[in-house]
Design a protein around this ligand. Sequence first.
Ligand code: AMP
Ligand code: MG
Length: 349
Amino acid sequence: MISGKTGWLVVLLSLMCLFTGCGGSAETSETEETAETKQIFAMDTVMTITAYGEKAGEALSAAEQEIERLDGLFSVGEDTSDIAVLNRDKKAVVSEDTLYLLQRSRELWESTEGALNIGIYPLMEAWGFTTGEYRIPEESEIAALLQHLDIEEIRWDSETREVTIPETMGVDLGAIAKGYTSGRLMDIFAARGVTSAVVSLGGNVQALGTKPDGSSWRVAIEDPFESEDSSYAGILEIADKAVITSGAYERYFEENGKRYHHILDPSTGYPAENGLASVTIVSAAGTLADGLSTALFVMGKEGAEAYWQAHGEDFDMILIEEDGTMTVTEGIKDSFTSDWAYSVLEKNT
Ligand code: AMP
Ligand code: MG
């Protein structure tokens, strides 16, 4: 749990989000007496988890333990985590969760033609995103690091769960770990008899069922421009879905008036720059939603739309371009409202 000064700030901020509907937050039912909420700081972010019903308290404790367990497996900064051991020793016997995520990442690497690449870690280090000591690497340094991004070099034995990576490779599950975690929380809630719950892991929302009164959860889609006159770009009504956003505005530094953000294009080694300000993925599957939010951000509008045309049975999306143009796919057009102008992308027939 959070504690001390930060704790209060976090509680305050999240209460503000709850009432003003700021980005990536889900509105909870205030009338329901049996609702319980927990605030947790994990995976470098603030998490708010809420469950309803008699089993809520017990389910939230189990959920908190699960968050801590998964953070302890995926964290690049924690010496004993699966990922830290793998990056240091280039070999590790990993948990089922880590192996699953490595396999899933590989599948998404393939289907997104390399836009999602968990081997990006050495480049994240070079840009200083892992320490906060930001810098623009030399072109030659980037060119050298681009040579070590071949995901097919990650090998595993599904029986023993031993994973090996080349000496030059480093792995970072930051693009999909939170979506996997929110998905796991849904399983934990359901297994404990909870039928109504919502979590926000640093703005990534996933909901189980509907609100206790049967109405949909209302999720605010963050305004990537942080405009003064609006705190969100729209409201999406969902049940049993994850709503996960990737944006240039989430983590960045500025140098000589230029912004360098944390989502890198694995084909160039530089922050992805293709006109998109944010990508929101809506899907029943948390891991998929998180992986695709990052990958489609890298792919740009044209690539994202083509990907949706090919794989749209598994997800919907909201694209916001740097000029404010917004596109919403047809599967969510009736559950989305916004004061902004937007167009609806229909399936090619
Ligand atoms: P997200 O907020 O889900 O878009 O994830 C962003 C995080 O994923 C970054 O902070 C990096 O840790 C990692 N990352 C950045 N670029 C990529 C990429 N192209 N493929 C996979 N992971 C990435
Ligand atoms: Mg992601």
